[in-house]
Design a protein around this ligand. Structure first.
Ligand code: RIB
Ligand code: CA
Length: 319
């Protein structure tokens, strides 16, 4: 039994890993992909995604180019130090050219169309800035009635940010869109840095990917070289890197166990001060009872079971 999944991404190295997890999963029917500004420009993310789909033999999956800039302000220029100048560790040029380009509709219109095609079954996995989701909600607020669930890689609840002292990259690249998304009346699971920084992939697993029988897995192993360089140099001081986006895919599909994930009120700071883009998660319920807050719609994943990297390597071997 599969679920229809719409992926919204800024392909990016770890976005590519999330794509691989979705393609390998027996639980996911990937019915469409929208790209957004973030790790690279939205058009470049679409080119990366189309080439990766071609490599995987999945050119049947439609790709739509989404928002080139946030609701307020301009495209931040990409995360070149983390994901390389092309967004995927310099690998774009060595991936196969796609037979077809992106579809004509933009990502928000693709999402709305898919919500009518898969009413009350569609799952949204958003692993980039949330501009496309906010645009879709603005164009048709009834979207929330046709979506089974939304899973977002983004935010930082009780840990520091990675883009600023308090803000995580996907959220701070469009705080207004994030606020619209997390306060909409649909069931939303937030997979923040609290959870994703606990799940890392090291050099030994990267080398296993480079030696895989799957061309897609080998490409992931190669693009992870740049990604691990950055994390070793700037973040962890050891040769490993966080599996932000693929962990969100696994959580959405129920293929990796969450340990602590209370449903609590969440707001995004949209002021112009030092806390812009902070996800303010009201976890005071943990002082009373470790449980859900009545009426809250956002499940905040704080801890997951260890060892997701080994599952991911297995999944990528199958693509
Ligand atoms: O902060 C990590 C997130 O920002 C990931 O989705 C990564 O791909 C970037 O988009
Ligand atoms: Ca991403």
């Amino acid at each position: 039994m599969t679920v229809p999944v719409y992926l919204d991404c800024d392909t990016g190295v770890d976005d590519a890993l999330a794509l691989g997890h979705l393609l390998a999963s027996p639980r996911a029917d990937l019915v469409g992909i929208g790209t957004v500004h973030g790790n690279t420009d939205a058009a470049g993310a679409a080119e990366n995604t189309l080439r990766l789909l071609t490599l995987a033999g999945r050119s049947d999956v439609p790709v739509a180019v989404g928002a080139a800039s946030p609701l307020v302000g301009d495209f931040a220029g990409g995360a070149v130090a983390v994901h390389g100048t092309d967004g995927i560790g310099g690998l774009r040029g060595s991936l196969p050219r796609p037979a077809c380009g992106p579809v004509m509709e933009d990502a928000a219109d693709m999402l709305l169309r898919l919500s009518h095609r898969h009413p009350r079954e569609l799952q949204i996995l958003a692993v980039g800035p949330l501009t496309n989701l906010a645009l879709a909600l603005q164009r048709d607020p009834s979207l929330v009635t046709r979506v089974a669930g939304v899973t977002v890689m983004g935010g930082a609840a009780l840990v520091p940010g990675n883009a600023t002292a308090v803000a995580e990259a996907n959220i701070v690249h469009d705080p207004e869109a994030a606020q619209i998304t997390v306060t909409a009346s649909w069931p939303l699971t937030l997979v923040p840095l609290d959870a994703t920084m606990q799940q890392t992939l090291d050099e030994s697993r990267r080398l296993r990917l480079c030696a895989s029988g799957s061309a897609f897995a080998r490409a992931c192993g190669q693009m992870l070289d740049t990604y691990l360089d950055f994390y070793e140099r700037v973040v962890l001081g050891r040769r490993a890197a966080a599996l932000h986006d693929p962990l969100a895919a696994a959580v959405m599909l129920g293929e990796h166990r969450t340990v602590t994930a209370p449903r609590v009120p969440v707001e995004v700071d949209c002021t112009r001060g030092p806390c812009r883009g902070q996800t303010v998660c009201d976890l005071r319920s943990q002082r009373r009872v470790r449980g859900d807050v009545e009426g809250a719609t956002v499940r905040v994943v704080q801890d997951t079971a260890p060892g997701y990297a080994d599952l991911l390597v297995e999944m990528l071997d199958r693509v």
